[in-house]
Design a protein around this ligand. Structure first.
Ligand code: 4IA
Length: 411
């Protein structure tokens, strides 16, 4: 358990692995959320693998090791949970996800279904709707002039399209954001954020469970599409609602935070905003670069299935390993000027959507939303000015703002 037992001395014998430093950092504390970057740097510079004694977990903050863990799902499994809680030792707070919290071969089958539900062909069908909804939203905000870029834009735009695309009824949609916030807090340790989220979770869970049923979903949506795969025999009728639950868990808050990150970047980097206005076809890369720089999903865990050497460091079996996606996405070993928002950067390879077999299955929907809103902004808005204090939202997994007062002027 404790790495000092095996390797903390700097003259550890050959074969015992490089020393793993123990750091006194709590990556789930409010102070950390307020400014994670000094701690990210400390963790990256300390060693390829670190140990965080506050929660008794290993950590990887460099790009190379995060990438290595993501790409070895046999050794670093997901079926024991991708939060701090080890499903081999503790009962999960909800029935495990059939895709996120699963390993091959079980994962392969459910992944194939959701890949088809959110395929390039499906994107082609919804693209025009997503684009015109983005234009309508930007027109509405230009008419107001002064508004909150998080609630009135980053939240309002996905809320105007995603629940409809899912095929959800109009009633009860106010549960969607609280439910997602609960899911992402629950990946964290048993701190106040997690405990309070779970304490208040019953009505949100009841709503989501009910809306995942076949008869609750309108024809033509992603939800009905998942259920149709039960008819084909690709999944069972019992599995279908749980896969719809995955879309409701992961499909809304993530894009809200991604769009919030992009608008916050464009408001703070005026040269990049000008560049986007000059060439709106950069919208998709501008969104992707915001996902790299802000990494809306900051962290995820894996659990080791065997003793393993990683970056020259030895980790035992059954250990939780915390991947700092946000730190990897700013690792100077991998990125030039990593803290700079550069909308023409070659951003492929970032781990903001994960990597490997679990890489975001909804990434095409996320990118479509990002492209749609940034294209509409680039075409219609001349200036974005921050007019009040940015207020941070606090969540064990998601990084982003809760409020950002801005004004727009018309192009
Ligand atoms: C699920 C990683 C995050 C975007 C995510 C959260 C929940 C689920 C999947 C992904 O419930 O399957």
């Amino acid at each position: 358990m404790n790495p000092t037992d095996v390797s903390a001395s700097s003259d550890a014998p050959a074969g015992a692995g490089t020393a793993i430093p123990q750091l006194d950092i709590d990556p789930f504390a409010i102070g950390f959320f307020d400014d994670p970057y000094p701690a990210h740097q400390e963790m990256r510079e300390a060693a390829p693998v670190i140990y965080l004694h506050k929660w008794n977990v290993y950590g990887v903050a460099r790009y190379a090791e995060v990438y290595a863990v993501l790409n070895d799902p046999q050794t670093f499994c997901s079926s024991r949970g991708v939060g701090l809680s080890d499903f081999a030792k503790e009962t999960p707070w909800r029935p495990p996800s059939l895709i996120l919290e699963a390993d091959p071969p079980a994962h392969t089958r459910t992944r194939a279904v959701l890949s088809q539900v959110l395929s390039p062909a499906v994107m082609k069908q919804i693209r025009d709707r997503f684009m015109s909804a983005a234009e309508a939203k930007v027109d509405e905000l230009l008419a107001r002039g002064r508004f909150d870029a998080i609630t009135d834009l980053a939240q309002a735009y996905p809320l105007s399209i995603f629940p409809d695309a899912m095929g959800l009824q109009a009633e009860g949609r106010e549960h969607l954001i609280p439910y997602a916030s609960l899911v992402f807090n629950a990946f964290g340790p048993p701190n106040e954020l997690r405990k309070q989220a779970i304490e208040r979770s019953a009505p949100h869970q009841a709503y989501v469970t009910a809306q995942c049923q076949r008869d609750a979903l309108t024809p033509g949506g992603f939800g009905a599409c998942v259920h149709a795969f039960a008819d084909k025999g690709d999944i069972t009728a019992v599995e279908a609602p749980l896969l719809v639950r995955s879309l409701l868990s992961a499909g809304l808050d993530t894009t809200i935070y991604g769009i919030g990150a992009a608008v916050y970047c464009l408001a703070r980097f005026p040269d990049q905003w000008e560049r986007l206005r000059q060439d709106p076809s950069l919208a998709r890369n501008a969104f992707e670069e915001a996902v790299r720089l802000e990494s809306p999903v900051q962290t995820f865990f894996r659990t080791t299935t065997r003793e393993v050497e990683l970056g020259g460091c030895r980790i035992g079996e059954g250990e939780k390993v915390l991947m700092f996606l946000g730190a990897a996405n700013r690792d100077p070993r991998r990125w030039d000027a990593p803290d700079r928002y550069d909308i023409t950067r070659k951003v492929s390879g970032h781990v903001g959507f994960g990597y490997g077999i679990h890489m975001c299955v909804g990434q095409l929907v996320a990118r479509l939303e990002g492209e749609a809103i940034l294209t509409a902004l680039a075409r219609k808005v001349a200036t974005i000015a921050i007019t009040g204090p940015a207020k941070r939202g606090y969540n064990n997994t998601l990084r982003g703002l809760e409020s950002l007062p801005v004004t727009f002027t018309r192009a």
